[in-house]
Design a protein around this ligand. Structure first.
Ligand SMILES: [Zn+2]
Length: 383
């Protein structure tokens, strides 16, 4: 059995003997006599790093042994220097220990448990089997950060079965032997196999990012330590940018955006009223004594009102009533007819006017790239 050195989460370098090295399809599985590499467990991924110069891409457990997955073989007699990717380990420890700290307060104040922990890269989630309001969650976040400020100690212990029976602790599994207890002094006891910080100060900060309803409880997204710093920077940069764009103080950007949205709604309403009015004016001025096909340009009018114009125009012709409106580098169109088979005719129209679109025999719509003269000429010739 590999002697495990990760009870001290700060230990990221060590020396060991190579016990075995087996070549497999995914790489070389190396077993050492002792290791500070953490094999995945408790929601935390296995460590990566180096054994001498050989890259360790993952660490996992099999039959009590810690397996180091290496990209090259190591000689069995060799003594190696192990070196864990310290930044990755630190960030995972901060997030994981921060979760224990926050859960300690959530559990003692509200009695809820973390029933689904995910510790991913830049996303850490806790699934609670109960609902907390954002205010209650913020209160627990505050308590966790005050414990960080007091630099409360974390300790690891392996109580025997009698001690364990007498102890109150949080646990996901019903284990009675070799239970490893992570204690946050005066706050929490939790059975967990992963490396943790030795004092709360090393976590730096516990930040709740968001919460959502999930399976009758809530899913809480948190980030701690350096990962929290990264996301806080990212979001503050975004707020600064919005603040500059709106010439508003950073703390007043929400008010400024709200004002902008209200203005936007009112402008949209004005535009829509004007659109309706213009369409109504066009409809009332429509005339077509010859009842030949005709072609109307209604630039700037919305599709919904183009349809209204076409609906009126079609009653004034025995041919096609076509309505065009300028759009990007061409025109959008609606063509209506009471007598002609538009579904067939639209193919020729699209071909002649460099367009695309279709519909029914009584109405087709689409876009064309041809310019106004070409469109007008086409409908003169096809009346
Ligand atoms: Zn844990």
């Amino acid at each position: 059995m590999t002697e495990r050195l990760y009870d001290n989460g700060e230990l990221t370098e060590f020396d060991a003997k190579v016990i075995s090295c087996d070549s497999t399809a995914k790489g070389c599985e190396v077993v050492l006599d002792r290791s500070a590499f953490f094999p995945e467990g408790g929601g935390q991924a296995g460590d990566s790093g180096h054994l001498d110069k050989v890259r360790v891409t993952d660490t996992y457990e099999r039959n009590g042994e810690v397996i180091h997955l290496c990209i090259e073989a190591l000689e069995v007699v060799q003594s190696v220097h192990g070196c864990i990717d310290a930044d990755i380990r630190r960030r995972r420890m901060q997030n994981h220990s921060g979760e224990h700290l926050l859960m300690g307060f959530i559990h003692s104040k509200y009695g809820f448990d973390n029933v689904g922990f995910h510790l991913g890269q830049s996303d850490v989630t806790i699934d609670l089997n109960g609902v907390l309001t954002p205010e209650q969650l913020r209160e627990c976040e505050q308590l966790a950060n005050e414990a960080i400020a007091r630099n409360v100690p974390f300790t690891i212990s392996y109580p025997d079965s009698n001690e364990l029976t007498a102890m109150e602790y949080r646990s996901k599994l019903d284990m009675t032997e070799n239970v490893r207890i992570v204690t946050i002094e005066g706050i929490d006891k939790c059975a967990c196999c992963a490396p943790h910080v030795s004092t709360a100060g090393q976590i730096g900060i516990v930040k709740v990012i968001s919460q959502e309803n999930y399976k009758g409880g809530i899913r809480v997204h948190i980030l701690c330590g350096l990962d929290a710093l990264d996301i806080i920077r990212q979001r503050m940069d975004s707020v600064s940018e919005i603040s500059k764009l709106l010439s508003a103080k950073p703390e007043l950007t929400a008010d400024a955006v709200n004002k902008l949205l209200t203005e936007n709604t009112s402008l949209k309403k004005q535009l829509s009223d004007m659109d309706k009015l213009r369409a109504a004016e066009m409809i009332s001025s429509l005339k077509n004594d010859s009842r030949e096909s005709f072609c109307i340009f209604a630039d700037g009018i919305s599709n919904i009102n183009l349809r209204e114009i076409a609906n009126k125009a079609v009653t004034l012709t025995d041919g096609m009533a076509s309505v065009f409106s300028k759009k990007d580098n061409g025109y959008s169109y609606i063509i209506a007819s009471e007598k002609l088979p538009l579904r067939t005719l639209v193919k020729d129209i699209n071909k002649a006017l460099d367009g695309r679109g279709g519909g029914s025999d009584s109405m087709v719509q689409g876009t064309v790239l041809a310019d106004r003269e070409v469109i007008e000429k086409y409908f003169k010739e096809h009346n």
